[in-house]
Ligand binder design. Structure first.
Ligand code: TMP
Length: 235
């Protein structure tokens, strides 16, 4: 079967039921907008398991998501959405591009939570968007932005609390949202160590994709650690 869409770490196929997609988690790891690429055998299974646990937890806490059914250890059935081409990034602690851009040491506390938007466009390097850019480009309405922001902050509260129970600090993460055929904005895409910075609460050891981006080694070990800790708390 040919995918309808192939991303850097996932493939999207037509689903078995109307208004659904099948998403397959791949073992590919990329960084620097695809400049660095590797295949990490078992990453797809780990990310699918972590994302499914987090989605299940969010659903139980009344967050509307695309997840309908787990089909296998790498495949999920999801509600069809039109993805809003905006990455919503939440930052609880300075790290990554924020530290670089604003000259703030990684790990520094922030006086308040940062909600950041960027255009989902690899060719352009995912440039940051202010709300006025979003309106000018016709990407989303005022009401949509308010909804994306409130949902992202709610998800941040829920995930930060859950991960704290696992001895993990949620440093920052990226979310995507999509519109259903009946007009609702719901959470889509994965939430995994590929899309979050996760640091051990005691040692600040990185358990996320920065291990791959920065050649720290032990990428899958970090992901497996996150999964085991989540299972211990949730299952
Ligand atoms: P950044 O510090 O590189 O801007 O990343 C912030 C967070 O968002 C980090 O947890 C990684 C995640 N992220 C993605 O998952 N995909 C992306 O394309 C970008 C830019 C960030």
């Amino acid at each position: 079967m040919q995918p309808i869409y192939e991303g850097k770490s996932k493939q999207v196929f037509a689903g078995s039921e109307p208004d659904t997609y099948l998403i397959h988690f791949k073992d590919d790891a990329t960084a620097g907008n695809g400049e660095k690429h590797d295949t990490l055998l078992g990453k797809g299974v780990l990310n699918a398991a972590i994302s499914n646990l987090l989605y299940d937890y969010l659903t139980k806490n009344d967050v509307d998501t695309h997840l309908l059914k787990v089909l296998s250890d790498t495949d999920v059935l999801v509600r069809q959405v039109t993805v809003i081409p905006i990455e919503v990034i939440i930052r609880n602690v300075a790290a990554g591009s924020f530290s670089k851009k604003y000259g703030v040491e990684e790990g520094s506390a922030l006086k308040s939570t940062v909600v950041e938007f960027s255009l989902k466009d690899d060719a352009l390097g995912d440039p940051m968007l202010a709300p006025s850019h979003i309106y000018a480009l016709g990407l989303a309405s005022d009401g949509d932005i308010a909804r994306l922001t409130s949902q992202a902050l709610r998800i941040n509260e829920l995930l930060s609390a859950l991960l704290a129970k696992c001895g993990i600090r949620l440093i920052d993460f990226k979310l995507e949202f999509g519109r259903t055929s009946d007009g609702r904005l719901i959470l889509c895409d994965e939430i995994s160590p590929d899309s979050c910075r996760l640091w051990d609460a005691e040692t600040n050891k990185k358990l996320d994709k920065d291990r791959f981006r920065r050649d720290l080694g032990g990428v899958l070990e970090g992901y497996a650690d996150v999964l085991e800790r989540l299972k211990a708390v949730l299952l």
